[in-house]
Write a protein that binds this ligand. Structure first.
Ligand SMILES: Nc1nc2c(ncn2[C@@H]2O[C@H](COP(=O)(O)OP(=O)(O)OP(=O)(O)O)[C@@H](O)[C@H]2O)c(=O)[nH]1
Ligand SMILES: [Mg+2]
Length: 576
């Protein structure tokens, strides 16, 4: 069901999607949800549309932080879970251990007796098999569908009662505008019906004075397989998409006009980090992009709000800069990636966490739960690096097979820049996941990037000879033939402190014969700069230049002289 190109490329689900299948005469509505923590809010919202949940856990990895989060929400809503321990075909699968871990999780989350009685299935979705007993290998998915039919209750709503439906997710089409997606709680609805869309507020009948939008349903769809099917009528229990209303918003209730009874709304999760989107003002601006003006950028960002519900866009003092806030680096990174594919070109600042004030006026910042799996030998270096980032260990498990799992509580700020260090420190063998936990006390100043950068000191084309001389004390981000400009970041210094260097320097021609190695320098491959990497990497005085073709890092202030002057002024200010 992962249909958009970014989802396919990355192999992750970003948007929840609906489908329905018919199994032996029973219609089963299915909502597929994203697993990544940045999209946890999406999961929370759709839980109001369903009567049961299928919790998918990897047979080797076991429950992850986001599993805990969504499971907690599902159990709290009283839903009865079915557990599918998937990928039992993996050579490192340990389905029985994972079974115990899931039960442990349920107990931790204070599951009711009914919920603890959840059926467990062992599946390989790759092979298309499911079984309830490990020693009887499955042959197809019958046991899974049978459990769904047996354990998940039918929708309770009465189709003869007055129409009522909660808007759980949104979609948008440039032809028909905003589209509301939700499950019909009770009653039925037909195309052409006049219905009410109530404003947000307390559940119950809305008062006489309260105004609400009345309009006709112009289009109505249900889901079937991978398609949306236009229908004339739908009833309680159906998950539908409907259009025709101006004020569609998550958490609003549709009702019949003569029985405006509001349902409990849905809280949309608050953003935790912000970045600035800035018009590209670098020397190469406009070379790659189709859309580059502040007007185009502004329109595109505001358009995104139509369906990206956890996103906020604010204007700033400068028409060239918009502050965009979201749930995490991936959430914002996906937006940037989507825009560059559409032909946009822009710059992005370093992410900032969004702070809040606590009950006593104290400053609070977002904290994340960080879960790390590493071979035992790397435990030391992980702890050593996390300490200064104001990390608190929550739990450590060492099942004795060489891999250790640790979980931490860490200020979201403390994670900036950590992933790349982590991968280097564990030589790519470690796995890390994190998700938003809560707001907690401001952790005070945190150290920034340990190493400085190499900055190109002039415009030109990168030359192998120059890199050959630099690579001993640096890791390059560019390769021969790349174009650079003054102030652009060309690599990472192996020590603290920034250096201005000439990466376009040609070898001096002379009549003297030189050693052979001089003529064909062997270059290390450059470090690949992805958007997410760049977001974690840059400092406050730097920007990311995003174009349809490249990602460049640069200093905010491009001329080396101006940067030096600014640094001197800052030192003087510090001293006084
Ligand atoms: N070995 C094995 N791999 C599987 C199995 N099922 C899925 N995978 C692989 O696991 C990866 C993730 O699969 P997805 O279906 O995208 O997982 P998901 O849970 O929907 O991921 P999110 O949407 O990001 O939460 C893919 O590379 C699949 O091929 C299985 O039964 N066995
Ligand atoms: Mg998925």
């Amino acid at each position: 069901m992962d249909s958009n190109p970014l989802e396919r490329e990355r192999g992750i689900t970003i948007l929840a999607k609906n489908t329905a299948v018919n199994w032996h005469g029973v219609k089963i509505n299915i909502v597929d949800t994203p697993g990544h923590a940045d999209f946890g809010g999406e999961v929370e919202r759709i839980l109001r549309m369903v009567d049961g949940v299928l919790i998918l856990v990897d047979a080797a990895e076991g429950p992850m932080p986001q599993t805990r989060f969504v499971t907690r929400k599902a159990l709290a809503l009283g839903l009865r879970p079915i557990v599918a321990i998937n990928k039992i075909d993996r050579s490192d699968a340990e389905p029985l251990r994972v079974h115990d871990e899931v039960l442990g999780l349920f107990i931790d989350l204070e599951a009711t007796h009914d919920q603890l009685d959840a059926p467990f299935l062992y599946t390989s979705s790759r092979a298309g098999t499911a079984t309830t007993e490990l020693d009887k290998p499955g042959t197809d998915l019958t046991p899974l569908f049978q459990s769904i039919v047996d354990y998940v209750p039918e929708p309770k709503g009465d189709p003869e009662a007055p129409f009522q439906m909660l808007v759980s997710t949104l979609d948008f089409s440039s032809f028909i505008g905003r589209i509301a997606i939700g499950r019909i709680e009770r009653g039925r609805v037909r195309v052409g019906d006049q219905v009410a869309l109530l404003p947000l507020g307390e559940p119950g009948m809305v008062s006489e004075e309260e105004a609400f939008e009345r309009n006709r349903v112009t289009r109505l769809y249900t889901f079937d397989g991978l398609h949306r099917v236009e229908v004339q009528e739908a009833e309680a229990g159906d998950i539908v998409a409907l259009s025709g209303f101006e004020t569609i918003e998550i958490g609003k209730t549709f009702t019949s006009v003569d029985h405006p009874e509001r349902m409990e709304g849905i809280a949309v999760e608050e953003p935790t980090i912000s970045v600035d989107f800035i018009v590209n003002n670098g020397p190469f601006a406009g070379k790659d992009g189709k859309y580059v003006t502040s007007r185009q950028l502004r329109d595109r960002l505001f358009r995104e709000l139509e369906r990206n519900v956890a996103l906020r866009v604010e204007e700033t003092d400068s028409p060239d800069t918009h502050t965009v806030s979201g749930r995490g680096e991936l959430h914002l990174g996906i937006l940037m990636e989507t825009m560059r594919r559409e032909g946009f070109e822009f710059q992005v600042s370093r992410p900032r966490v969004i702070t809040k004030l606590g009950p006593d006026g104290e400053r609070l910042e977002p904290y994340e739960e960080l879960m790390i799996d590493v071979p035992e030998g790397y435990m030391g270096v992980v702890m050593e690096k996390l300490g200064p980032r104001r990390t608190e260990m929550i739990e450590m498990k060492n099942p004795g097979q060489g891999m250790v799992r640790m979980s931490f509580r860490i200020p979201a700020r403390g994670l900036f820049g950590y992933r790349s260090e982590f991968l280097t420190d564990t030589r790519g063998t470690g796995i890390m996941h994190h998700r938003f936990l809560d707001y907690g006390p401001w952790a005070g100043p945190l150290a920034g990037r340990k190493r400085g950068v190499l900055i190109a000191d002039r415009e030109g084309s990168v030359v192998a000879f120059a890199l050959g001389n630099l690579q001993e004390r640096a890791q390059m981000f560019v390769e021969p033939g790349d174009l650079v400009y003054e102030g652009m970041i060309a690599g990472e210094n192996s020590r603290p402190g920034d250096l201005d260097v000439n990466v376009t320097k040609e070898k001096k021609l002379s009549n003297m014969r030189t050693t052979a190695s001089d003529d064909n320098v062997i270059l290390e491959p450059p470090r690949e700069i992805t958007l997410e990497y760049a977001l974690e990497y840059i400092e406050e005085d730097e920007l990311i230049e995003v174009t349809p073709k490249t990602i460049r890092l640069r200093k905010r202030v491009l001329p080396a002289n101006d940067r030096k002057k600014a640094a001197r002024a800052a030192r003087v200010a510090d001293a006084s």
